[in-house]
Write a protein that binds this ligand. Structure first.
Ligand SMILES: [Mn+2]
Length: 337
């Protein structure tokens, strides 16, 4: 069929492409406050727990600005995620105790608990990596609908499995330790992808190893190749509900210059796309992108790549929502016939 859009269709297409027009929202989605009216909720979490690169709280605003251009279809999957599921921008998490991480996480958890209660699955733009744990508590903790641990694909140069520092328990490097200790992350279904850079201590990843996480350092991915890494991740994570947490510092600096804890080397954006697309069919029930420092991003390379990664993960989530809906609508064929 020839591509001949009407003027009205052209206007609509422009809305999804020209990020500088209209009101900026995450992936150009409608703003919504009622979780019952959404399948996937996009949330800004403009919060930084640590003293390091505090301007990570500017992340959601910068991604809203650039990701408005990503209200478009998925080329490789040949689907429109915005048709598959009701995807809405829920605005930012309000936090009264901004400077007190151990209290702020309680407020963040409360916000996500409301969304979980209505059956919506969240995708968050942080903030630093302290943003992940309160979300896990809301969707996998004792008060959640699921009440059980979930699988985890954690992209990061760092394992973030460290104990309390500077008198702070819930700092940006602690979530993947506390998450296991509280039974939110299933250690047998957890992969840490892209670990890279010199170590502050040779024992810094021992918690992950002892917990039973699959560590997939950058050097191993280089050795075994990306397709083999995808197969390994799928093998570890399996069929169950899975969260994708993405620290932008796993990317090479030329693809993500504006990150809080930069390391030399890293995955390229194309390798990340290849991996995310290799996850098709997984039950992705949540995700986040963290550690973006917009004031170091004058070219908007990091914002564009964050937007594109978000578009890919949210498409995986939308396909999972659509599969669930189909399962519900398709009557189970009786075994005795
Ligand atoms: Mn990191």
């Amino acid at each position: 069929m020839p591509f001949e859009p009407t003027p009205e269709e052209l206007l609509k297409m422009g809305e999804g492409f020209f990020y500088w027009q209209g009101i900026p929202t995450l992936l150009g989605c409608e703003l919504e406050q009622d979780p019952a009216k959404a399948d996937i909720v996009l949330v800004g979490l403009p919060w930084t727990s640590n003293l390091i690169e505090r301007t990570q709280y500017l992340g959601p605003r910068a991604v809203r600005h650039r990701s408005k251009a990503y209200h478009r279809k998925h080329r490789e999957f040949q689907v429109d995620p915005f048709e598959l599921a009701r995807i809405r921008d829920f605005g930012d998490v309000p936090i009264q105790t901004l400077g007190l991480p151990d209290q702020a996480v309680l407020e963040v958890e409360q916000f996500y608990a409301k969304l979980d209660g209505d059956g919506a699955v969240p995708f968050t733009i942080g903030g630093d990596h302290a943003c992940t744990l309160p979300v896990l508590r809301a969707i996998a903790g004792p008060g959640s609908c699921r009440k059980g641990p979930i699988g985890m694909i954690h992209f990061d140069s760092h394992s973030d499995t460290y104990g309390a520092v500077w008198g702070i328990t819930h700092h940006a490097g602690a979530g993947f330790k506390i998450g296991k200790e509280e039974g939110l992350i299933d250690p047998e279904r957890c992969v840490q992808v892209g670990l890279n850079g010199p170590m502050s201590d040779l024992a810094q990843e021992d918690f992950s190893k002892e917990a039973g996480y699959r560590l997939l350092p950058l050097t191993e991915i280089r050795e075994i190749s990306v397709p083999a890494a995808i197969a390994e991740i799928r093998c570890v994570v399996g069929e169950g509900p899975t969260f994708i947490s993405f620290d932008l510092d796993v990317l090479t600096l030329s693809d993500a210059p504006a990150v809080a804890d930069p390391e030399a080397g890293g995955l390229t954006i194309n390798e990340v796309f290849q991996m995310l697309r290799g996850f098709r069919g997984m039950e992705v029930v949540g995700g986040d992108i963290v550690c973006f420092v917009p004031h170091l991003d004058p070219s908007m390379i990091t914002a564009i790549h964050a937007s594109a990664i978000m578009h890919d993960i949210v498409t995986l989530m939308a396909e999972a929502v659509a599969r669930k809906r189909e399962e519900k609508e398709t009557p189970v064929v009786s075994a005795a016939r």
